[in-house]
Ligand binder design. Structure first.
Ligand code: SAM
Ligand code: SF4
Ligand code: F3S
Length: 453
């Protein structure tokens, strides 16, 4: 039996896909090279914007064609579009079964170990091996099949308690829960033992690690020293892996409400922590932030940026903005534009607001910015992004940077610098997975070009 996974959305989904691969291989599945060779096709979905969901539903046309050639094809949808693990024969099924006839299984990713039972519900004749009880308790117990030997994305928490009014994540991923520190450390240690150089810790709001309502009720983090956030304690423990070979530690995303002074100090102090942070602001006007239920002001956000820049000179900062959110006036958009222009972030992800069913905004705030205006605002700010990125990259020309080489494409090696800038240069494929020194010769739109020294 062969499987193929299509992954959409954020790093969290890519990381889940790696765990899914290990699980499927333990069940005896092998990876297919193309759709036509697969007996099971899995869509690991994102529901942050409507377009992403439509893309997956659109792909179902291909499934009709594939099924004509392979009657036993199993189509699975998992990830953020799924609310209830079920098969087409289950008594109560996920609502997705009403949107398309082509799916056989809907799977909540945290219930990954249920996949074997759902496959059997579909076809009782399929024989699958039994998997250890302990692994079945929590899908994080499954050791992932990392795509890269040198870089790993390791989840430290799931879900979100923030309930920003526009966002589907608290509904799709559930309430915020942190993984036990010992489990995360074990995963990090094992990865470094195998030669891993860079770890990126993942969570919707990493800085609230260990502080969610669920974590407090469970009391899992009670033993930690007072005066230090659990996240900083975790970073300090992982940083010790420097002596075993870890060279780079990153995390994403931070939240302006939770980012603490001890975290800012840690970024300046810990050996492995890289001089880069992703800190989504979402809007540059306090009225918009209020409607979004982002519990901070622009002034508070700017104070954090100031502290970060003072503590870690030259730190690279990226952010997220939404344009065209419900009720966004011309003045509010201008304030967002001005904030981005003044602060010159290293990078920013801009999204045009997409109303998501079930969120507070969809029930209470009118999606009243016309599509055309959303598009225009997005283009305006994207033009600004291009100029700022070019200016930021230009500053690296003539400098030498340490680059972790990730892949080769069209004769060029690609990797990222400590500040998370993409760098490309000529070199042998054998350098993939190593940190090399590169002299920067040129800045080209989004990428730095250089030569290995
Ligand atoms: N937890 C992170 C934070 O606090 O900002 C972000 C996680 S979210 C998965 C990634 C980004 O998607 C958000 O920062 C936001 O800009 C964007 N996003 C979320 N909901 C959206 C919506 N309904 N329409 C457009 N963009 C959205
Ligand atoms: Fe969504 Fe807000 Fe949670 Fe980020 S903090 S995942 S934007 S609800
Ligand atoms: Fe999308 Fe889910 Fe990530 S909605 S952005 S894949 S947490």
């Amino acid at each position: 039996m062969k499987y193929l996974i299509f992954t959409y959305g954020c790093q969290m989904n890519y990381s889940d896909t790696e765990r899914m691969q290990t699980y499927l291989e333990a069940l005896g599945f092998k990876q297919a090279k193309a759709e036509k060779d697969a007996d099971m096709i899995i869509f690991n979905t994102c529901s942050i914007r409507q377009k992403g969901e439509q893309r997956v539903i659109g792909k179902m046309i291909d499934m009709i064609k594939l099924r004509k050639k392979n009657k036993n094809l199993i189509v699975v949808i998992t990830g953020c579009m799924v609310r209830k693990s079920s098969s087409r024969y289950s008594e109560t099924r996920d609502k997705l079964f009403n949107r398309t006839k082509e799916i056989d299984i809907a799977l909540r990713i945290e219930e990954l170990p249920k996949l074997a039972d759902l496959i059997k519900e579909l076809n009782p004749k399929i024989k699958l091996p039994k998997i250890e009880e302990e692994t079945l308790e929590d899908y994080f117990n499954i050791t992932p099949n990392y795509t890269s030997k040198s870089q790993a994305f390791i989840p430290i928490s799931t879900g979100c308690d923030k309930f920003c009014t526009y966002c589907i994540v608290p509904f799709s991923r559930g309430r915020e829960k942190s993984r036990p520190m010992a489990d995360i450390l074990e995963e990090c240690e094992e990865f470094v033992k195998q030669g891993g150089l860079e770890i990126t810790l993942l969570g919707q709001t990493v800085d609230s690690y260990g502080l969610s309502t669920f974590d407090k009720q469970e009391g899992t983090f009670k033993h930690l020293p007072k005066g230090k956030t659990p996240f900083v304690s975790l970073l300090e423990q992982i940083d010790k892996l420097y002596s075993k070979g870890l060279r780079r530690l990153r995390f994403t995303s931070s939240h302006p409400k939770d980012i603490s002074d001890d975290l800012i100090k840690a970024i300046g102090k810990l050996k492995t922590l890289m001089p880069y942070i992703h800190l989504p602001v979402q809007a540059g006007h306090n009225d918009t932030l209020k409607r979004m239920n982002r519990p901070y002001t622009c002034e508070k956000f700017l104070t954090i940026i100031k502290k970060l820049r003072k503590t870690v000179p030259g730190i690279a900062i990226s952010t997220d903005f939404i344009v065209g959110f419900s009720g966004e006036t011309e003045e509010e958009f201008q304030a967002t534009y001005d904030l981005f222009k003044k602060e010159e972030f290293d990078f920013a992800y801009f999204a045009q607001y997409s109303e998501r069913k079930g969120t507070f905004a969809s029930k209470n705030l009118k999606d009243d910015v016309p599509k055309k205006v959303k598009r225009e605002r997005w283009h305006l700010i994207n033009e600004l992004l291009k100029t700022i990125v070019a200016k930021k990259l230009e500053k690296f020309v003539g400098k030498t940077l340490d680059v972790l080489v990730e892949f080769e494409e069209k004769g060029l090696l690609h990797g990222h610098s400590e500040h998370s800038k993409e760098v490309q240069f000529k070199g042998k494929k054998s350098l993939i997975g190593q940190i090399v020194t590169v002299k920067i010769l040129k800045a080209d739109k989004w990428v730095l070009e250089g030569e290995k020294i």
